[in-house]
Design a protein around this ligand. Structure first.
Ligand SMILES: *Cc1c(COP(=O)(O)O)cnc(C)c1O
Length: 409
């Protein structure tokens, strides 16, 4: 079985430097072989469960195809993601669309897709959403998203399990399931606690799963699956231990108890995070009083997590590592004081040095923006000996492509 984590130091510096020199920076590199390993470990830990990849972590077609071929289903948060899952070759019966406050067009698309491909499952987390589905004549596969009242996560912004935005309150669920059973083909119940199941907070995970198990036993419906969501954590800091997946799987089975339905899990980050790095080059080295500010060509528009969640990503210098170590504040090129990756011990950086930012495979490119007219970076897929640009770098022309102007100017 593959290693439970790939650390930033384990990436081949020569190969990464070669890719950066060939394709420029900032550059995302995604190792599809590692994505496959992560999936295989997850599938082995949960042998009786359905593994649905939460596509929002990384929707690159190469990543989706890799996971679909490996056997994963795809959990989608929007019509756009459903379209991408299908176009990556995912059979509709392995696609789940989880509608969170869905726009009209998303429901239109999902309902018409389900009409053509009755295998698609739509997950609704509000009675209102069910009414909107019924108005469209939908009678197909429906899963109820429940708000379990338990949250998990490293930051309030990634905790969803106790947030009223997501799912119907669990005490309302049995009644609602009975009510809608003659309107839809009710196939499952679903909950997602947020991102951050770690060794320490398995208690919250157990609690969520056990509530879902109870709900499954309480309803008279013949459910196909009980989906307990994603949130499997990855170590962002070198001192953090990898998740003990076997232990999580065992805790999950214990907490679920006997149910007459298949377990489903929805890992996003876990499958793709450590399979990706972001390569960036040093533009500016500036001593500022006590501080050494190191400006790089990636910023909050390339990788938003540090600015958005205060997330910590490892940073490694790919330049000569025998240099004396200094403390450096690594910042991006965006005119925002929040555009900072953090303070790191690094071999004394020089202009032109390459740095690798770790665990960039999840919620990295996905959250990239064009703020400050920064074109989004290219991505390179690697797989064993192979490598290819799977998404070209944007240009300023791409950034301005949608502007049509107005007749009076
Ligand atoms: C985001 C999300 C996931 C995946 O979360 P990770 O922390 O990336 O594992 C799973 N299920 C749902 C419904 C989600 O919204």
């Amino acid at each position: 079985m593959s290693s439970p984590v790939r650390r930033l130091v384990e990436w081949d510096a020569t190969r990464l430097s070669g890719l950066a020199n060939a394709h420029g920076t900032p550059l995302y590199v995604q190792d599809l072989g590692r994505v496959r390993e992560n999936y295989d470990r997850m599938a082995a830990a949960f042998p009786d469960a359905t593994v649905m990849y939460a596509a929002k972590a990384n929707t690159a077609k190469t990543v989706l195809k890799t996971l679909v071929e490996a056997g994963a289903g795809i959990e989608c948060t929007s019509a756009g993601e459903v379209e991408r899952a299908l176009s990556a070759g995912c059979p509709p019966e392995r696609v789940q669309y989880t509608a969170v406050n869905p726009p009209e067009e998303d429901l239109d698309y999902a309902v018409s897709t389900a009409r053509d491909d009755p295998g698609l499952t739509i997950t609704a987390g509000a009675e209102d959403t069910m009414a909107r589905l019924a108005e469209r004549g939908y009678r197909g596969r429906l899963c109820l998203r429940v708000n379990p009242g338990v949250g998990a996560g490293h930051h309030e912004k990634v905790s969803t399990g106790a947030n009223a935005k997501f799912g119907v309150p669990i005490d309302r669920a049995p009644g609602l399931l009975a009510e809608v059973a003659d309107r839809f083909d009710v196939v499952g119940i679903h909950a997602h606690a947020g991102s951050g199941i770690s060794g320490e907070d398995l208690a919250a995970h157990r609690e969520l799963v056990s509530r879902m198990g109870e709900l499954a036993r309480e309803t008279d419906l013949d459910l196909e699956f009980v989906d307990v969501g994603g949130g499997f954590g990855v170590p962002y800091r070198p001192e953090e231990k990898p998740l003990d997946l076997e232990r999580v799987a065992q805790a999950t089975r214990e907490a679920l108890g006997e149910v007459d339905a298949t377990l489903a899990v929805e890992p996003g980050r876990y499958l793709v995070a450590d399979a990706g790095v972001l390569l960036t080059r040093v533009n500016t080295v500036k001593p500022a009083g006590e501080e050494l500010v190191v400006g790089v060509d990636a910023g909050m528009t390339t990788l938003a997590r540090p600015a958005m969640y205060g997330a910590r990503h490892g940073i490694r210098s790919l330049a000569a590592e025998e240099r004396e170590t200094v403390e450096a504040t690594v910042t991006g090129p965006i005119c925002e004081s929040g555009d900072v990756f953090g303070t790191y011990e690094l071999p004394a950086p020089d202009r032109g040095d390459l740095l690798a930012i770790g665990n960039a495979g999840a919620y990295g490119y996905e959250m990239a923006s064009q703020y400050n007219s920064r074109p989004r970076p290219a991505t390179v897929a690697v797989d064993g000996e192979e490598s290819a640009v799977d998404r070209r770098r944007e240009t300023v022309a791409d950034v301005t492509r949608l502007e049509r102007g107005v007749p009076w100017l």
